[in-house]
Ligand binder design. Structure first.
Ligand SMILES: NC(=O)c1ccc[n+]([C@@H]2O[C@H](COP(=O)([O-])OP(=O)(O)OC[C@H]3O[C@@H](n4cnc5c(N)ncnc54)[C@H](O)[C@@H]3O)[C@@H](O)[C@H]2O)c1
Length: 435
């Protein structure tokens, strides 16, 4: 599948390395802007699908891929094409290792491939989210060593964090402000000129470290504020206060308050992962970011809190969690997005299974849901009568709260005010088996 020698003879304005949730929409935008674009990905199935006109990303439909192919886009698992590109943008994953440490293995691999192929004069931009210093201290040395070229003299290197918001119909690559920073003023100039073709406006950061940290701040801001409302939700549950009413009252303030919503935990490839990059960097420089560390503890506790609430609701009807039939509604990490990465549904299901419940799921976007290798049964009808408790985890548009609350259903709504009310209780009693 290497576009190989033919592509090598041709020139590409842009090579996008990593064709996932970030890289593919970027490639779509670039083709739309008239750039001759090639995509490189290590996954055979991703490349196979794209060259057959099939998208694997919810925000990009098959017709957009067909349109790109018609406009000359091509995709390949080979890296030879990188020597034919004027600009190379790296959009590879940056997750965590099993022990929760930043995992830059995909960045290392992509930069090595780039360095081995790159020609003088090329602009390389990293878009992957990573810790401050990644562009200067990780990417630059590998690139220079593998290419034998000097950044700022023979080639240009920049960082520009991606801000894509999967499932957001309002903001895409073209109309989301793009932060850009080069390793040298000349690198910044080249990177700015490139991104001006794709996005508006361009926001020049003082340096790559500032741009890297700004991206981590954006996601950490969400992480901390979600932790605040999650912890408030736990407090309100214990104190017999309606947290949704509290939030709606507070949100009526037209200034100085940005509403965030509690939920069953935090999911996705970014929000639960990126703050960890900042946390680890902060520890390394001896200034631990304790707010982030506490936020992580709170957010990671939420799925267990949900399982505890489920148990309390079941017991309010005289049932024990063991042997009860529980249906999870919506198991993706985000409404309307078929992405299970880091979804809190895993931890909620794990806790309920550990309590002995029979757990099934309904999600129109997900065909299979395995928890620790154990496949959960999929249910096609969310309102069937075969359940002792419905737990709404993700607000997909198919879940009608009014319908959910109708009849004698026992409902735990982790995203809104639709939970079945427990019998009246005093402060601190909610969740007790006899409450
Ligand atoms: N998903 C988001 O909403 C989002 C938003 C902003 C930033 N980001 C950041 O962007 C980066 C990419 O995230 P994503 O969600 O697009 O990931 P993804 O997993 O959807 O896509 C990454 C792609 O890169 C490919 N890949 C892995 N190693 C490769 C290599 N060495 N060479 C070529 N291809 C390789 C994978 O096969 C995959 O198709 C991450 O750093 C992420 O934190 C993601």
């Amino acid at each position: 599948m290497d576009a190989g020698s033919t592509a090598d003879r041709d020139r590409f304005d842009l090579a996008v390395v990593g064709l996932g949730y970030v890289g593919l929409p970027l490639a779509v935008r670039a083709v739309d802007a008239g750039l001759r674009t090639v995509g490189v990905d290590t996954s055979d199935s991703v490349v196979d699908g794209l060259i057959r006109g099939r998208s694997h990303i919810g925000d990009v439909d098959d017709s957009a891929v067909s349109g790109m192919l018609g406009a000359g886009f091509t995709a390949t698992t080979g890296t030879a094409v990188l020597s034919a590109a004027s600009v190379i943008v790296l959009c590879v994953p940056t997750g965590l290792t099993g022990s929760g440490q930043p995992d830059l293995s995909a960045v290392h691999a992509a930069v090595r491939s780039t360095g081995e192929r790159i020609r003088p004069g090329t602009l390389v931009c990293l878009e992957s989210t990573s810790h401050p210093g990644t562009t200067e201290d990780v990417v630059r040395p590998i690139l220079e060593r593998c290419s034998g070229l000097r950044v700022g003299e023979d080639l240009h290197l920049a960082y520009s964090p991606e801000r894509i918001d999967p499932g957001n119909p309002q903001f895409g690559v073209a109309n989301t402000p793009k932060v850009v920073a080069g390793c040298t003023p000349l690198c910044t100039k080249h990177a700015t000129a490139f991104y001006e073709q794709l996005a508006d406006p361009i926001v020049a950061a003082r340096g790559t470290r500032e741009a890297e940290t700004a991206k981590l701040l954006e996601n950490s801001y969400r992480y901390v504020n979600i932790a605040l409302v999650n912890e408030l939700a736990m407090f309100c549950a214990g104190a017999g206060i309606d947290v949704w009413d509290v939030l709606s009252c507070a949100a009526s303030k037209p200034f100085g308050f940005t509403p965030f919503q509690p939920g069953p935990g935090v999911g996705g490839h970014c929000i639960p992962v990126d703050p960890r990059y900042l946390e680890v960097s902060a520890r390394q420089v001896g200034v631990p970011l304790r707010t982030l560390e506490t936020a992580r503890e709170v957010n990671e506790r939420m799925p267990v809190h949900v399982a505890d609430q489920a148990a309390a609701l079941l017991r309010s009807r005289g049932r024990e969690p063991a042997g009860s039939r529980v249906l999870l509604l919506g198991v993706t990490y985000k409404p309307g997005v078929a992405d299970m990465r880091e979804s809190p549904a895993f931890a909620v299901a794990r806790s309920l299974l550990a309590a002995g419940a029979h757990v099934r799921y309904h999600d129109p976007l997900i065909d299979e849901f395995h928890v620790d290798g154990h496949p959960l049964s999929r249910v096609d009808e969310p309102f069937d009568t075969e359940n002792d408790l419905l737990v709404l985890l993700q607000e997909h548009s198919c879940y009608d709260r009014e319908r959910l609350a109708s009849g004698d259903r026992l409902v735990l709504d982790t995203r809104g005010p639709g939970s079945t009310r427990l019998p009246e209780h005093g402060p601190g009693e909610q969740g007790r088996p006899d409450a």
